[in-house]
Ligand binder design. Structure first.
Ligand code: G3D
Ligand code: MG
Length: 203
């Protein structure tokens, strides 16, 4: 009886909380992606005008609830001088979303370098990785296949983590739901290695 009641209590008032880092170069679309995700998954969230998103200097945070799972997002500034702050968050994170600007051929190598640095960091070992080739709405941008080809060179560094690459348009919202659905399942599958924290929900 106790087990049943405590199970019900947990179902109703507790959530499994996961922390998700949103990383990528500045201008990749991280903040737009976070805003779009909050808009899609939080019924009550009053969407900001996505064209008014400004450069992130510190940290943007956001959360969404999917069933009894809560995802907390940390959208960190991507400018070179801010990238050195990324690893302060690695140990506490359960997943990484890495965003690439598919329309920026000039900086794709720079993006791959930043990516290589983060996935070889020990503190992120085994953490699921969602890679997003963003701005797919722009004509003439690199396709998901193009971006995949470049990042495939890093496949030996990715190791034994779950990894998915998908095309999205953070601005239009295309592909956002599918990625988040995958991520929720991936962090749950990785529960043994990175257990969630339990959070009492008061609202
Ligand atoms: P960041 O947080 O990674 O630095 P932002 O990136 O979210 O601030 O976005 C940088 C610029 O890219 C913004 O344009 C934003 O509107 C644009 N952007 C983000 N995602 C998309 C997308 O999917 N498609 C298109 N076409 N543009 C996108 P501005 O002009 O405000 O600098
Ligand atoms: Mg930003």
């Amino acid at each position: 009886m106790y087990a049943l009641l405590s199970g019900l209590w947990k179902y109703m008032f507790q959530k499994d909380e996961y922390f998700v880092l949103i990383l990528g170069l500045d201008n990749a679309g991280k903040t737009t992606y976070l805003e779009q995700t909050k808009t899609k998954f939080n019924k009550k969230y009053k969407a900001m005008n996505l064209s008014k998103v400004t450069t992130t200097v510190g940290l943007n945070i956001g959360k969404i609830d999917i069933g009894s799972t809560r995802l907390n997002f940390w959208d960190l500034g991507g400018q070179e001088e801010l990238q050195s702050l990324w690893d302060k968050y690695y140990a506490e994170s359960h997943a990484v979303i890495y965003i690439v600007d598919s329309s920026d051929r000039e900086r794709i190598r720079e993006s791959k370098q930043a990516f290589d640095l983060l996935i070889t960091n020990e503190a992120l070992a085994g953490v699921p990785l969602l890679m997003l080739a963003n701005k797919q709405d722009l004509e003439g941008c690199m396709t998901v296949g193009d971006v995949r080809k470049i990042f495939r060179e890093s496949s030996h560094l990715i190791g034994h983590r779950e990894c998915m690459m998908a095309g999205v348009s953070a601005l239009k919202g295309d592909g956002v739901d599918e990625g988040i659905d995958w991520l929720v399942q991936a962090v749950q599958r990785n529960n043994i290695h990175r257990p969630p924290t339990q959070k009492d929900i008061t609202r």
